[in-house]
Design a protein around this ligand. Structure first.
Ligand SMILES: Cc1ncc(C[n+]2csc(CCOP(=O)(O)OP(=O)(O)O)c2C)c(N)n1
Ligand SMILES: [Mg+2]
Length: 143
């Protein structure tokens, strides 16, 4: 967590002719979003696609499936307005909340010059599979 944006900046600096996209969760991006300042300062045009579910989703899923839905410290609470946050650093901020518009929004983000954040509002409690319960073996994975 938090590794995506800084490493995307490094990847783009080392491979300037390649398109570099960072796929990040909201819990992860909040840890290092200040690096938009670095991307803007050094003109590194990384594209960040944020999967914004308002949760530490992997941990929430554990609590839903294995702890009877007793959520603790997994809701992000008052998250920033992500596009505004990107704009505050001098990057471009975009948002999409309609799944029929995601592809177009991604194309727009890729076509926009400079560092871009695309805030993709996803279903808040969608689960990801497969996963392995705590203490279980790989053959016991749920999915
Ligand atoms: C530095 C760090 N802290 C904590 C964790 C444990 N952890 C793994 S996934 C996760 C939640 C991730 O939330 P988010 O980035 O919003 O992604 P989501 O699962 O919601 O898609 C946490 C806390 C980690 N992997 N790395
Ligand atoms: Mg999340």
């Amino acid at each position: 967590m938090g590794f995506g944006l800084p490493s995307a900046i490094g990847a783009k600096v080392s491979q300037p002719d390649e398109t570099v996209v960072c796929l990040a969760g909201d819990g992860s991006l909040i840890m290092t979003c200040q690096e938009f300042a670095t991307a803007v300062r050094h003109e590194v045009p990384v594209k960040v696609f944020l999967m914004n579910n308002g949760y530490f989703g992997m941990v929430r899923q554990w609590q839903e499936l294995f702890w009877d839905g007793r959520y603790s410290s997994v809701e992000m609470g008052p998250s920033p307005d992500w596009p505004k946050l990107a704009e505050a650093f001098g990057a471009k901020g975009l948002m999409v909340d309609d799944k029929n518009e995601v592809e177009g929004a991604m194309r727009d983000a890729l076509a926009t010059e400079g560092p871009v954040l695309l805030d993709v509002r996803v279903t808040k409690e969608e689960n990801c599979y497969p996963m392995i319960p705590a203490g279980a073996a790989a053959r016991d994975m749920v999915g």
